[in-house]
Each structure stands twice: as structure tokens, then as C-alpha cells.
Design a binder for this molecule. Structure first.
Ligand code: FMN
Length: 249
């Protein structure tokens, strides 16, 4: 079976008409996946979970980590900017320091909720930094493609949006591999930048706790713990324009 990159692939074949070599157009067939393949894609999407506590301690094989990073690196990015870096943090001492930063911010966060919700917040587990054997800090280099980036000219935040796409690719690939991922965002960015020696112009987008899991919740843990439920999709779909009057925001 010729690969799409192969000169023997029908779409890339040299012109036989006048004998001159034809530039490959790189277009390949794009029919729907088979039913089984489609089911696998939707299964990954629907059963992906944010994991805080179900991590096993055994390390992930290097080739598996590489597949996850390849998935992330195939994300869309504004102007093909690819602004991401992936900082792999395995050392327990470093993860301990990051946990301290989380813990301080988490205590501050608890105080931001009114008294009624605070106790409930404090009972939630919101990270697996020390339990998961691997953390991946995913960053966004705001200068990656120079001062003017195609597509980012009118919305500088699109570099961060791109990096979030990379996070989601990794998260879905991890689900398919039996690997759990937990996104931690409760920390002062500067605290983590200091620990990891990250330059000024580089933003931290995600701290991901990563490790094998044997069990996952069948719905978001925040719903299981009574914090917040999934909204009905029908209430979020508008036709032809914003319909604020009868829809809650
Ligand atoms: C940008 C972002 C930041 C998040 N930060 C945290 C976090 O700091 N701690 C945490 O426990 N979960 C965090 N989460 C996970 C969400 O709580 C979780 O995605 C949501 O509750 C839905 O659950 P699910 O991912 O299992 O479907 C974050 C998710 C996103 C997308």
C-alpha cells in the first residue's frame, strides 16, 4: 500500500503524458473512517477524564511518551507557529517544589469562594503532581515565529489557543493508551517559571500529571463530587446569532 508521501501513491505519481515530472500535490483521499475507527475516536473523546488520584506509580515507557508528544505536536497552530515546548519533569524533588507552589495557591483559591462553597472546595482533590510518575509542563513561546504571525495579527491569544490544541491532542492520545492525564492550573505562573527556569516571553499553558491508570470516573469528577454538572448541550446551541434572552450564560 503506497504511503501518501510515496512517489508511487496515485496522487503523487509523475505525469506520464508529456514525460515531465509532475509536482506532487500532496492531496490524499479523505473519506470517512470505518465504523470501528470512528467509534474509537468518539470513545476516546467521551471517556477521557481529568485524573487527580488514580495514577499508578510505574513509569511510562519512552516510546509511549514519544507517541503522546507526537500527537501533541500534530495539533493545529496559528500560522503553523507551533509555539509549544514540552518540559518533562520526572524528578520527585522538582515535582515536590511544584506541589508546594500548588498548595500555596490552592489555599488562596479556597478563600475566594464564599463560606458555603469553601468547605466543599477544600475537600476536592485538584492535582496529582506527586502521585503521577511524570509531569509535562506545556509552554507557549510567544516569539516562536517572529513579531508578525499569519493569522495572529489581530488576536495575539491565538498562540495560547494553539498550545491548548496540543494539550487536547495529548490528552486524547493518552486515553487511547490507557494513560491518565490531569491538568493543574492552580499556581502562580512565576513560581513554576522560577523552578523550571522558563524565560519571560514563554507562557505556561498547562501542567499535566501523567501516568498509567486502571480506573477512571465515568463522568467528570467534579460532577461525581457534586461541584458542577454537565450543561445540557441543547441550551448551548444558538441558531444564526446570540440568543441570550432565554438561554443562561
Ligand atoms: C484549562 C484547564 C485547567 C484545569 N485546571 C485544573 C486544575 O487546576 N485542577 C483540577 O483538578 N482540574 C483542572 N482541570 C480539569 C477540569 O476540572 C475538568 O476538565 C472538568 O472538571 C471536566 O472533567 P473531565 O475533564 O474529566 O471531563 C482543568 C481543565 C482545563 C481545561
Amino acid at each position: 500500500m503506497p504511503s501518501p508521501d510515496d512517489a508511487a501513491h496515485p496522487h503523487n505519481a509523475a505525469s506520464a503524458v508529456d514525460g515531465s515530472p509532475k509536482e506532487p500535490n500532496h492531496l490524499i483521499a479523505a473519506c470517512a473512517f470505518s465504523e470501528t475507527e470512528r467509534a474509537a475516536v468518539y470513545r476516546a473523546i467521551e471517556t477521557r477524564r481529568d485524573v487527580r488520584d488514580q495514577f499508578r506509580s510505574d513509569p511510562l515507557p519512552e516510546d509511549l511518551i514519544r507517541r503522546l508528544l507526537e500527537a501533541a505536536h500534530h495539533a493545529p497552530s496559528v500560522g503553523f507557529m507551533q509555539p509549544w515546548n514540552f518540559i518533562l519533569v520526572r524528578q520527585a524533588a522538582t515535582r515536590d517544589r511544584v506541589w508546594q507552589a500548588f498548595n500555596q495557591a490552592n489555599e488562596e483559591a479556597a478563600l475566594m469562594f464564599d463560606a458555603g462553597k469553601r468547605a466543599k472546595y477544600q475537600r476536592l482533590k485538584l492535582e496529582g503532581i506527586r502521585k503521577a510518575p511524570l509531569s509535562i509542563c506545556i509552554t507557549c513561546d510567544t516569539q516562536r515565529a517572529g513579531p508578525v504571525v499569519l493569522g495572529r495579527t489581530h488576536n495575539p491569544a491565538t498562540d495560547v489557543y494553539s498550545t491548548v490544541c496540543a494539550v487536547q491532542n495529548l490528552w486524547l492520545a493518552a486515553r487511547a493508551e490507557g494513560v491518565g492525564v490531569g491538568w493543574v492550573s492552580i499556581f502562580h505562573e512565576d513560581a513554576i517559571k522560577t523552578i523550571l527556569n522558563i524565560p519571560e516571553h514563554v507562557k505556561i499553558v498547562a501542567w499535566l500529571c501523567v501516568g498509567y491508570v486502571d480506573e477512571l470516573y465515568d463522568m467528570p469528577e467534579l460532577a461525581v463530587k457534586g461541584w458542577r454538572d454537565r450543561l445540557p448541550l441543547d441550551e448551548l446551541i444558538f441558531e444564526e446569532g446570540w440568543q441570550a434572552d432565554d438561554k443562561e450564560s
